[in-house]
Design a protein around this ligand. Structure first.
Ligand code: FA5
Length: 338
């Protein structure tokens, strides 16, 4: 029995067959058990010898099965590892990459440009107090110029900021009356404007603020000239037109020469050769004072750029809603990465 069992175990090639052998040789209906039955006809001495021999045989068969089991399991694992071998030199499947939103592209470009000129990037809350959005910007309650920015109020003193100018106040107050300050503040802004091709109730602005001693309008003009050329091409010119903002004095609207027709006149510039891109001016001394700066010592300039406007001009987009409809056919045209 032993010889036969050991030979079969040796030749066995699967764990299932091995288990069948175990059940057969060591189970109740196997040849070992049958042999044990013959013990009842033996005398005591024979029985003792037979018992010892059969136990030994059982042990040997059990051990052989155990050894074979380990060997078969190892072989099975090796076969599995070999078949699942990963070739790390194969090129991977390309993952589809998204593209930056055109407003992010413009925001990044503006940030890069001003960081290169030594500005820092400041941020402020989108849910703002009336105090910062209006009062510190020289727009006290009841001031008629508040109507220029129709406002989403949350309660009497809290609102969705209508412009990024309140970040100016945060930056000045944080500086505790000591210049210089050179910051840009890009971010979302909200107004109760009816949505149309050029207006959205939520849009983006980028504020700029410089405070130092001996700052003049020439610094403002030079800075905006660099901005216009870098954003719209070296041939761009700018012109300043007198305007009014309560927080700047004097105030200007800034136009750039139309990059579409090189200033000759086309529908984009309404045949004037110029396109308005931002509002700016010298920081009103009252604003400096309210925000803790001595206007006898410090001056500053500020500007506010509408980012949708810049993106629309740069990419020839004629409907502001395109930025917010999340149509991938539109969005994938810009700033594709990868
Ligand atoms: C302001 O908001 C001033 N705070 C800008 C400023 C800052 C002036 C610092 C002087 C010094 P204005 O209301 O003109 O100004 O808005 C600035 C720009 O935001 C506009 O030129 C326009 O491009 C954009 N804008 C305004 N309202 C909307 C709107 N509803 N949808 C899209 N863009 C808008």
């Amino acid at each position: 029995i032993k010889e036969e069992a050991l030979a079969k175990i040796h030749d066995c090639i699967s764990l299932k067959d091995l288990n069948d052998l175990r059940v057969f040789y060591l189970g109740k209906k196997g040849p070992m058990q049958a042999a044990m039955k013959s013990m009842k006809n033996m005398n005591q001495e024979e029985r003792a010898t037979f018992g010892q021999v059969s136990n030994k045989v059982k042990q040997e068969i059990t051990q052989a099965i155990e050894n074979k089991k380990v060997a078969l399991e190892e072989a099975e694992m090796n076969a599995k590892l070999a078949s699942e071998n990963i070739d790390i030199t194969l090129p991977s499947t390309a993952l589809p990459l998204g593209s930056l939103h055109p407003l992010s592209v413009v925001k990044n470009d503006i940030e890069e440009l001003f960081l290169g000129m030594g500005y820092q990037i400041a941020e402020g809350p989108e849910v703002e107090s009336d105090h910062f959005n209006f009062e510190l910007m020289n727009l006290p309650k009841g001031h008629p110029a508040r109507d220029m920015q129709d406002t989403f109020y949350i309660d009497e003193n809290t609102l969705m900021r209508t412009h990024t100018s309140p970040v100016q106040a945060h930056a000045m107050i944080a500086a505790e009356g000591k210049g210089p300050i050179k910051v840009i503040c890009p971010g979302k802004t909200y107004r109760r404007d009816d949505d149309d091709a050029t207006h959205s109730h939520q849009f983006m602005q980028c504020e700029g603020l410089v405070i130092d001693k001996n700052i003049t309008m020439a610094d403002l003009k030079g800075t905006l000239e660099v901005f216009a050329k870098k954003m719209f091409g070296e041939k761009r010119k700018i012109r300043l037109r007198p305007s009014y903002f309560p927080f700047t004095e004097p105030s200007v609207e800034v136009d750039i020469s139309c990059h579409n027709c090189e200033g000759k006149g086309c529908p984009m510039c309404k045949h004037t050769g110029w396109i308005e891109i931002l509002g700016a001016g010298m920081v009103n001394p009252r604003v400096l004072e309210m925000c803790g700066f001595d206007p006898e010592v410090y001056q500053g300039f500020a500007f506010g750029i509408g980012l949708e406007r810049v993106a629309m001009l740069k990419y020839n987009i004629d409907n502001i809603r395109d930025f917010y409809n999340n149509d991938l056919r539109f969005l994938n045209q810009f700033g594709r990465k990868g």
